[in-house]
Design a binder for this molecule. Structure first.
Ligand SMILES: NC(=O)c1ccc[n+]([C@@H]2O[C@H](COP(=O)([O-])OP(=O)(O)OC[C@H]3O[C@@H](n4cnc5c(N)ncnc54)[C@H](O)[C@@H]3O)[C@@H](O)[C@H]2O)c1
Length: 262
């Protein structure tokens, strides 16, 4: 077995200003990994970075729209200047958006694909030289969803983007594996973040319906995803590559259907 590097290299986290991205930043900072917190919400990114700095790590905070390739290129150079070679990428920036069939193929449909899927490809391309420089131990994590494994009729663009992100992960695993750069996807279920909470807040019946679909009987917390992201970025996950790990309290184990009532 090759020696483990136990990398404490910096990790870029997109969508780091909120929810799962923020929880990932905090989990990484907790074990001493410098973090570059990127988000289109600059205030959110700055707040996360400040909380990570309290843990004693070097930080880089940037307001960036991950759809803007020139801006991504600039912020990559800026982060490398501030933190050195980047050894990890977590793409947690994402947008949901519900649709009717009339919305198929519209500008909004493309927006979801560009943030959730295409941005990961651009980020990997732009960060690859740094990930190579930081190797061994470099790793990439994309936040897919259980909607990357099953389909719900009201969110076609989201579902397509999350399925495709797993496909991109598998293809890049074949490409990057020989270089020792690992890549994986995480598939969260229903997680209590600003993206999901509006679906259930103020609506106890809807909340109860979701909870009945979850064998563990509750929504997930963003920290429960952040800890898995941290693990996947570490050498403890040295042989986990090209896969999609489900963290959903059992939703997909029971087919995404309403679970046995308690
Ligand atoms: N919350 C859930 O139940 C759940 C379940 C499965 C997967 N996910 C996925 O997890 C990821 C994080 O979602 P979350 O629940 O933490 O949501 P969130 O809304 O709390 O965080 C998403 C972050 O992405 C940022 N963002 C959106 N578009 C961006 C862009 N173009 N450029 C830069 N930043 C941008 C937002 O500003 C926000 O801070 C998303 O990819 C989401 O699809 C969430």
């Amino acid at each position: 077995m090759p020696p483990l590097a136990s990398p404490l290299t910096p990790v870029v986290v997109t969508g780091g200003g909120s929810g799962i991205g923020r929880a990932s930043c905090l989990a990484l900072a907790e074990v001493g990994r410098p973090v570059a917190v990127w988000d289109r919400n600059g205030d959110g990114a700055a707040e996360t970075a400040a909380r990570c700095a309290e843990a004693g790590v070097a930080v880089h905070a940037a307001e960036v729209d991950v759809r803007d390739e020139a801006a991504v290129r600039a912020v990559v150079a800026d982060a490398i200047g501030a933190l050195g070679a980047i050894g990890g990428l977590v793409h947690a920036a994402g947008v949901p958006m519900g649709f009717t069939a009339d919305d198929l193929g519209t500008e909004e449909f493309r927006l979801v694909l560009s943030v959730n899927l295409e941005a990961q490809a651009v980020l990997v391309r732009e960060l690859l030289p740094a990930l190579r420089a930081a190797n061994p131990g470099s790793a990439i994590v994309g936040i897919s969803s259980i909607e990357g494994l099953i389909g719900h009729g009201n969110i076609p663009a989201y579902t397509a983007s999350k399925h495709a992100l797993i496909g991109l992960t598998r293809s890049l695993a074949a490409r990057l594996g020989p270089e020792g750069i690992r890549i994986n996807a995480v598939c969260p279920g229903y997680i209590a973040t600003p993206m999901f909470l509006p679906t259930v807040e103020g609506n106890p019946e809807t909340r109860a319906r979701f909870e009945r679909a979850i064998p563990l009987g509750r929504l997930g917390e963003p920290e429960e995803i952040g800890r898995l992201v941290r693990f996947l970025c570490s050498d403890d996950a040295s042989y986990i590559h090209g896969t999609a790990l489900v963290v959903d309290g059992g939703v997909t184990a029971v087919g995404g259907q309403e679970y046995t009532p308690r």
